[in-house]
Design a protein around this ligand. Structure first.
Ligand code: F0G
Length: 360
């Protein structure tokens, strides 16, 4: 039986022998081919024969990639004798932290930017039993508060944001799974960038897998920030980040330096995509491939189209787009972006009337 990524990739984790593994059997998410998206991309950009795959990490137990890091961070928090776990979040980290803390019998304390969290994520954190503080401020300010409280109460509190190295360590497993599925690393990895932990973790994961002889080559790391929240692209912090992709509404990423290192060492890029490009990719993923992700996740696919248009990707390459979160987290944006929404009708419960409406 599969019992989660810490057990599955045991040799890549140096867990203390006495640690009890806190797991929801996260990981083993599908790598889904996207041939219709590849055909559309060829038609629009002339870049033919791309093998596009979607790493659908929205199928983790709490619906996002955060579970990969949380199993590891929570296992250590419990082992080290913490009473509380604390995090700032744009939503997914808080949902994941609250779920894993429930299993570990620890208390969860969460700080979120008021009014900027998708409803599904808030529902999760509430149901798992977290204590939630909304601040009149943004994620970056919330993270500063977390750092301060974490330092002051280090004896009782484990900070489970990606400044906790165990988070990054656990998230390397996504890169392991991509290589296991393809038999090698892809040529390009397209990934949304917010606090920049995930791009850092993937790059570390690919390098560790290469060192273990599991892949000869490494991918080019292609990170995408939302245009209104693109500090790395502009090379300066953004004081008031804005994007409808609230998960990546971050103006001063904690792993900024490491993301730049991953970009440069891999020969990749970090670029910005507009909210319009994000929404178009979000719609296309649903309508062409039957995959419902969060708007923030669609930044990876928006980035792929942008890179192809700019001739930054050659024909025939293998490309993995990371879909970080499940679309069900944010039904409001799903409905808003749906092209058929305007055409929804209400009819009497009569077969003939309904058939007629369908055009039979
Ligand atoms: N996609 C989703 C769905 C996210 O929730 C996040 C980050 C990212 C992408 C960006 O990943 O921060 O590692 O660069 N969400 C964090 C949170 C900030 O609080 O849930 P990153």
């Amino acid at each position: 039986m599969y019992t989660g990524l810490l057990n599955h990739y045991q040799s890549f984790f140096n867990l203390p022998k006495t640690a009890e593994v806190i797991t929801l059997h996260e990981g083993q998410t599908p790598l889904i081919p996207a041939p219709r998206l590849a055909a559309l991309l060829a038609q629009e950009t002339g870049i033919e024969g791309l093998r596009i795959y979607l790493k659908y990490d929205g199928l983790n137990p709490t619906g996002s990639f955060k579970d990969r890091g949380m199993t590891c961070a929570m296992t250590y928090a419990k082992h080290d004798g913490a009473r509380f776990v604390l995090c700032a979040s744009t939503g997914n980290t808080s949902a994941s932290a609250a779920a894993y803390a429930a299993r570990a019998d620890l208390e969860t304390l969460i700080i979120i930017p008021k009014g900027k969290i998708a409803l599904g994520k808030l529902a999760q954190a509430l149901l798992y039993g977290a204590t939630i503080v909304e601040i009149e401020g943004n994620f970056d300010q919330a993270l500063n508060i977390v750092r301060a409280i974490g330092e002051q109460h280090a004896d009782q509190v484990a900070v489970v944001n990606s400044i906790n190295p165990h988070r990054i360590s656990g998230q390397r497993s996504a890169a392991f799974e991509v290589v296991d599925a393809l038999g090698k690393a892809p040529d390009y990895l397209m990934i949304p960038v917010g606090n920049a932990g995930n791009i850092t973790a993937y790059w570390q994961g690919f390098k560790d897998y290469q060192a273990a002889g599991k892949t000869a080559a490494l991918p080019k790391m292609m990170g995408y920030q939302a245009a209104g929240a693109a500090p790395i692209v502009h090379n300066q912090p953004i004081e008031h980040p804005e994007t409808l992709a609230t998960a990546i509404r971050i103006g001063n990423p904690a792993s900024w330096k490491l993301a730049v290192e991953a970009r440069d060492a891999s020969g990749g890029r970090i670029d910005a995509v507009s909210d319009e490009q994000i929404i178009q990719a979000y719609q296309r993923l649903g309508q062409l491939e039957g995959v419902f992700c969060e708007p923030a996740s669609a930044a990876s696919v928006a980035g792929l189209f942008k890179a192809a248009q700019a001739r930054q990707i050659e024909a025939g390459q293998t490309v993995v787009c990371v879909l970080t979160g499940n679309g069900l987290k944010d039904p409001a944006n799903g409905i808003k972006a749906s092209v058929k929404q305007a055409k929804r009708v209400s009819l009497p419960p009569d077969a003939q009337t309904v058939a007629q409406y369908f055009g039979f």
